[in-house]
Design a protein around this ligand. Sequence first.
Ligand SMILES: C[S@@+](CC[C@H](N)C(=O)[O-])C[C@H]1O[C@@H](n2cnc3c(N)ncnc32)[C@H](O)[C@@H]1O
Length: 155
Amino acid sequence: MAESLGEVSRWSVLHRAARWLAPNRALNWRYAGVDVSYRAGLDGGGTFLAQYFVRAVRRHYERLPVKSAFEWCSGPGFIGFSLLADGICEHLCLADINPGALDCVRRTVSRNRLQDRVSYYLSDNFKAIPDDEQFDLIELLQFEPLASLLPPLQR
Ligand SMILES: C[S@@+](CC[C@H](N)C(=O)[O-])C[C@H]1O[C@@H](n2cnc3c(N)ncnc32)[C@H](O)[C@@H]1O
């Protein structure tokens, strides 16, 4: 536990520093062989917390993989791409209201050749998600209490 708290505070300090100093800096985050493109200002906690989402889903879902997972308010999709890379879902759908986040998603899909397994939408919540997208698992990391302490996310 103490180790995890240490990890959280280390992540928080580095994360805040990166967001304040260079929010537009293009970065890469790797999980299980998938390279996720992002900008420092778009990391809302996913780079640190994705591993815990993967663990929690593995612990609580009996029948894996699920056919389709959705990351709501995805940002660059750290958690969603981790679920896909870990074999938790066969298909991933991502949506965010920020075009900058979707640019990163587009880059990640293209560089990892995931066009057949990932769909993504510029969407205010579910407004632009087509009816034929169906999900077995929906995850959300909307960390506004922390995000509100930080500069606005880059759009
Ligand atoms: C704190 S960040 C979390 C990003 C990502 N889930 C992560 O783990 O790093 C919150 C995200 O929610 C998105 N967002 C905020 N309001 C939204 C809305 N109404 N519809 C879709 N996305 C929204 C923001 O653009 C931002 O990318």
